[in-house]
Write a protein that binds this ligand. Structure first.
Ligand SMILES: Nc1ncnc2c1ncn2[C@@H]1O[C@H](COP(=O)(O)OP(=O)(O)OP(=O)(O)O)[C@@H](O)[C@H]1O
Ligand SMILES: [Mg+2]
Length: 390
């Protein structure tokens, strides 16, 4: 037995959920060979036990196939984030981490990004939920191909709908198709709270939350109801979109939500016939804004026809075509976000105590001018209402 034979055998072991093997990823270390016996370490990026187990099983099989005797595989995984690491108010304590996907502007691709990142996180072996918090314009059920599915009710709780290995809930699943909603701020706040409290989510590693555009009641209610672990801003490269995105990043800062990064969507165009990438709206233009907020562009997603058709037909590109260029970028971004979430938890987690309302329950600090006037004097950057939307 030689190291070359061991590596060649292990290069047949794919990292679960990915199309790349564990040797190419650079996860295999400390190969020790004694006669036919092989001992080695595989350092992985997921703390999900199933991922480690599958690698151990597959690697043992491949090594035995090339004549190995005793095989010992030491899986080195990141520490599972402590569930109690975050502080403050949490009305969904069985969910370990919350990823808030926001944008200043509508139609820039928040829902598309949320769906594909959720699929990519699940492909890493994580237990993932996707909450469509866009109460007025819920699109997630269609994007996951479950627009006609109605959720099961269990007592006074509602079971999330399952699709592509994710748990999902949306106002779209609770109302008749095409029905429009005309709700006031306080009702939006109540709906968001119910989505977190009255949906029977499993013990999720991460809940991805697709927000409505802008910085208003829904965003503030979410931040006050659960300690949001990280926030992600989606933008398109044009200057007018960047102006709005700055507001979204500023909101994260005011709400003390760590910023996971910026997804620059519709960044270039990949021609479906030739695969050549063209620059339409510009590319990389959000770089200076990322720097200003001490963060980075974690993905540049091109305009690709299959992203749009995937959304319309309920077949997320990251699931149906994981080797496409855009899918690879979503997968890399999801891995980076998960690493960041683990780091945040290792450093004590997040705390939403400082953004709790100083308005009466059910009254929005964002939508009530008199309440704002009565609020205490601003402290630091805060406007004094605990609201990041001014
Ligand atoms: N990179 C892309 N390539 C091609 N089409 C895209 C891309 N990103 C988004 N789209 C399409 O653009 C439209 C708007 O995207 P999406 O619904 O995700 O935006 P949004 O920010 O969630 O919008 P809203 O603010 O209305 O919630 C959709 O039809 C979607 O399929
Ligand atoms: Mg949307």
């Amino acid at each position: 037995m030689t190291e070359a034979i061991v590596k060649s055998a292990l290069s047949k072991v794919m990292y679960p959920g990915f199309t790349k093997d564990i040797v190419t990823f650079g996860f295999v270390n400390n190969i020790e060979i004694k006669g036919k016996d092989v001992h080695l370490t595989v350092e992985i990026t997921s703390s999900a036990p199933e991922v480690g187990q599958q690698i151990t099983d597959d690697a043992t099989k491949e090594l035995k196939n090339v004549g190995a005797g005793d095989v010992a595989i030491n899986i080195k995984a990141p520490q599972i984030p402590r569930e109690d690491s975050s502080k403050g108010r949490n009305i969904a304590p069985h969910v370990k981490n919350f990823l808030m996907v926001s944008s200043g502007k509508g139609g820039v691709g928040k829902s598309t990004t949320s769906v594909n990142l959720a699929v990519a996180l699940a492909a890493q072996g994580l237990k993932v939920g996707l909450l469509d918090a866009d109460i007025y314009g819920p699109n997630i059920p269609r994007m996951l191909g479950v627009a006609d599915v109605k959720p099961e009710v269990n007592g006074n709780k509602v079971l999330p709908i399952k699709a592509y290995g994710l748990e999902m809930m949306s106002m779209g699943a609770l109302m008749e198709e095409g029905q429009s909603l005309m709700w006031r701020g306080a009702m939006v706040m109540k709906a968001i709270e119910q989505f977190l409290r009255d949906i029977l989510w499993s013990e999720l590693d991460v809940l991805v939350i697709d927000m409505p555009p802008g910085t208003g009641d829904a965003q503030l209610t979410l931040a006050q109801s659960v300690p949001v672990t990280v926030g992600l801003t989606v933008t398109t490269p044009q200057t007018v979109s960047l102006d709005d995105s700055r507001r979204s990043l500023d909101m994260f800062k005011k709400l003390n939500i760590p910023i996971a990064g910026i997804v620059e969507n519709m960044s270039g165009f990949i021609a479906p016939d030739t695969g050549v990438e063209y620059d339409i709206f510009g590319k990389g233009t959000s770089g200076p804004m990322a720097e200003e907020f001490d963060t980075k562009i974690i993905a540049e997603i091109p305009i690709e026809m299959s992203i749009r058709t995937g959304g319309d037909e309920g077949k997320p590109i990251t699931f149906v075509d994981p080797s496409s260029e855009s899918s690879k970028r979503y997968i890399t971004a999801a891995a980076a976000i998960w690493t960041q979430i683990q780091e945040i938890n290792a450093n004590g987690g997040v705390d939403n105590a400082s953004v709790q309302p100083n308005t009466p329950p059910g009254v929005s600090a964002c939508s009530t001018a008199p309440q704002k006037a009565a609020a205490p004097a601003p402290q630091g950057e805060s406007c004094g209402t605990g609201c990041g939307c001014h």
